[in-house]
Design a protein around this ligand. Structure first.
Ligand SMILES: [Zn+2]
Length: 494
């Protein structure tokens, strides 16, 4: 089975980004279809919600039913500033009628899949205020000319509908694979070949579908609601998705040592650690710290680096970025910034992000279950040329609190984007090197098989963490050493 959908944690991150920019929502309410998919969506949103946002209410609605009037009224009384709608297109109609009955003028936030002819409220003016999100796999972002021509022959001047575009992309992927087999192919052969289909060079040959069969990269497209339908919004106005989520979207405390998993304690170390703590000095050079002048913001920066590094490490070990496991897929490993109290030294791995080295970004000592990730080496060799100038100052607080309204000033947009991209890039290097060194702790050696391999020291330096992977031989070793996560038995039954 292959799917064009994104994982719930990625989906939640996108929804939250757009809730802040452009919706400026501080307390949205959720109207979610009561299905396993809806429950997973709600859980992912709640888990990834930044501290500056609160959920004003959650309504679970049975499929094809309308939301209960008193529950909607409760969300209104709780001053919900936005209604996030997740489900089938007819839910849009139910919500539009529900808020009209309450004379409640609240803007909507329609999730992917709701922009559809089946949501009649979108076309007759009942749902005309708000925002809608559409997800497209990155490999089918634009209709090929032949498809556009074929569509416009019947619908002059009209764009190819997104649903048609997705269907076309899936059919094309299938056709691309079928031609590889001169004779009748078996189902598992086709499946295997589909999973090997790559992106081009811009993604370092990354597969279109990830290890779970889902689209490996998703583009989130914003749309505006209007009186007669929805229209595409200008995507460049929004946050650049290549630099990770909003600032302070996830705290490091989200990531816990999971019982039964291999725990990795991630720390910037102290004066006595190996290597000795260096992060403050590194950040001074990068202009990313106020040296205590704005102590709280300095704390946020350190937290941000660790939280982003852990999100990326989780992904590299085939987990969701919010730290949750994908049963049967994720390696059974967890990351935390709290020193494990219930485990003896030697029962967990320690990864210290500190120090310098003349020639390498990290080193591992498998006998000691310990590795070092040289933050000074990365500052020096990769990030110094992009250091923040002028350095971090009091006025920058508002990029971390959500007080700055994105889009109100181009100089400020650039400043906020520079801070976010530096933090995300620096954390990305910690994660890539961290995964490599933890790979050594799990018994992996180096390889030169694949330019995307995490253990490839020759080509690994220019790798983006979103394109990195474990080669099949390394997956086998990790499977033996860490195992794949399976949920506890009693939780498995529905
Ligand atoms: Zn190595």
């Amino acid at each position: 089975m292959l799917s064009l959908a994104a994982w719930p944690a990625d989906h939640a991150t996108a929804v939250i980004d757009f809730l802040e920019v452009p919706c400026q929502s501080k307390q949205p309410a959720l109207v979610v279809e009561d299905t396993p998919r809806g429950r997973a969506f709600e859980a992912a949103i709640v888990r990834s919600l930044p501290v500056r946002m609160q959920i004003a209410g959650t309504l679970f609605v049975k499929p094809h039913a309308a939301p209960a009037k008193d529950a909607l009224a409760a969300a209104q009384a709780a001053k919900a500033d936005r209604l996030i709608v997740f489900g089938e297109p007819d839910l849009v109609d139910g919500v539009a009628d529900g808020i009209a009955a309450l004379a409640w003028k609240v803007p909507l936030f329609l999730d992917d899949g709701l922009v559809s002819a089946a949501a009649t409220a979108l076309h007759d003016g009942r749902a005309s205020d708000g925002f809608a999100l559409v997800a497209l796999p990155r490999f089918c972002m634009k209709a090929p000319d032949a498809l556009t021509a074929a569509w416009q022959a019947k619908h002059p001047g009209a764009d190819v509908p997104l649903r048609t575009l997705k269907a076309y992309a899936m059919a094309k992927a299938f056709a691309d694979v079928v031609v590889q087999f001169p004779k009748h192919a078996k189902r598992n052969e086709l499946n295997e070949a589909l999973r090997l289909l790559p992106y081009g060079d811009e993604e370092s040959g990354r597969p279109l579908f990830d290890m779970t069969g889902r689209s490996a990269r998703t583009l989130w497209l914003p749309r505006k609601l209007g009186a007669t339908g929805t229209e595409a919004d200008v995507a460049s106005y929004y946050l650049d998705p290549d630099f990770g989520p909003l600032l302070r979207a996830r705290p490091p405390s989200l990531y816990k040592a999971e019982p039964g998993s291999r725990v990795v304690w991630l720390t910037f170390g102290d004066a006595k650690s190996k290597a000795p703590r260096s992060i403050e000095d590194d950040l001074v050079k990068l202009g990313l710290i106020t040296k205590g002048y704005e102590a709280q913001m300095d704390e946020w920066i350190l937290d941000e680096l660790l939280a982003r590094a852990m999100a990326k490490l989780n992904r590299l070990f085939l987990k969701n970025e919010d730290g949750t496991f994908i049963p049967g897929v994720s390696f059974n490993i967890s990351f935390t910034t709290e020193k494990p109290k219930d485990l003896k030294p030697g029962e967990y791995f320690t990864a210290v992000i500190a120090g310098n080295d003349p020639e390498t970004g990290g080193r591992a000592w498998p006998g000691e279950g310990r590795c070092e990730i040289y933050s000074t080496f990365m500052q020096r060799t990769i990030f110094q040329k992009d250091a923040l100038a002028p350095p971090l100052k009091s006025e920058d607080r508002r990029y971390f609190t959500g007080a700055y309204l994105w889009g109100s000033d181009s100089t400020e947009n650039l400043r906020s984007k520079t801070i976010r991209s530096l933090l995300d890039g620096y954390a990305g290097s910690f994660a890539l090197t961290g995964a490599h060194e933890i790979g050594h702790l799990c018994g992996l050696g180096h390889d030169t098989d694949d330019p995307r391999s995490l253990m490839n020291v020759v080509e690994g330096a220019g790798l983006r963490e979103t394109s990195a992977c474990w080669i099949p031989a390394h997956v086998k070793t990790l499977e033996k050493f860490l195992g794949r996560y399976e949920p506890p038995k009693e939780k498995r039954r529905p």
